[in-house]
Design a protein around this ligand. Structure first.
Ligand code: HEM
Ligand code: HEM
Length: 162
């Protein structure tokens, strides 16, 4: 088991916390009978922060390469799956950032969101970026579930080489 630098770990856990907060507020907002502009604003704050930091991580990945893996896995299917899930976990939050900003700009609701007078989410329904946002959020939630289970599994086995 290797140990990534403290800045990599801080970035990972900050993005993880913000992303889980964005998923929770997003689903709470769309699965509630009453609309809350405050919940929407909290969602946008968490989502923009998670997406912005995910962009920083992606730029660092492109320029410096991926951080050294914590759990060393034998080359093969499991290693390829793990690497692919990490790539998706870096990129899917960017899709959420772009589609989130896109649906607000296309719906023309920015002013009403900022001054808290938006009556509900009706103006966003059916817009192409909204459909993409819903699909990307579902995919991200599934990937996080898989990723957390894999982390727990590896941690229990403490896969150590050398
Ligand atoms: C919620 C519980 C989570 C746990 C327990 C967890 C645990 C871990 C662990 C142990 C690693 C190192 C794996 C290795 O390299 O061998 C890792 C890496 C990684 N995790 Fe998570 N993680 C969590 C949430 C998240 C979330 C929410 C995201 C993305 C939104 C995420 C994205 C990543 C990425 C991209 C890597 C690869 C290294 C990097 O680029 O920083 N993780 N995670
Ligand atoms: C990592 C970042 C983000 C995550 C994980 C996330 C997650 C979610 C989730 C789970 C939903 C509910 C989807 C559903 O019911 O199917 C949602 C809805 C929504 N999100 Fe995000 N989101 C993120 C970023 C953003 C950003 C950056 C914005 C805007 C700037 C945004 C704006 C919205 C809006 C307006 C809705 C309501 C859409 C509708 O009812 O059609 N989100 N988000």
């Amino acid at each position: 088991m290797s140990s990534p630098s403290s800045s990599i770990r801080l970035l990972h856990w900050t993005i993880a916390g913000l992303t889980i907060g964005a998923l929770a507020t997003g689903y709470a907002m769309t699965n509630s009978d009453t609309f809350s502009a405050t919940l929407l604003k909290s969602h946008l704050g968490l989502g923009l922060s998670a997406g912005g930091l995910a962009l920083v991580r992606t730029i660092s990945w492109i320029m410096k390469g991926a951080p050294a893996p914590v759990f060393i896995v034998k080359p093969g299917f499991q290693a390829v799956l793990g690497r692919s899930v990490h790539v998706a976990l870096r990129l899917v939050p960017l899709l959420l950032l772009i589609s989130g900003i896109g649906m607000i700009l296309l719906s023309g609701t920015l002013g009403a969101i900022v001054d808290g007078t938006i009556p509900g989410l009706g103006a966003l329904a059916g817009l192409p970026p909204a459909n993409l946002h819903h699909a990307a959020a579902f995919l991200l939630a599934a990937l996080i579930g898989l990723h957390s289970l894999a982390a727990l599994w590896h941690w229990q086995r403490r896969t150590v080489w050398g």
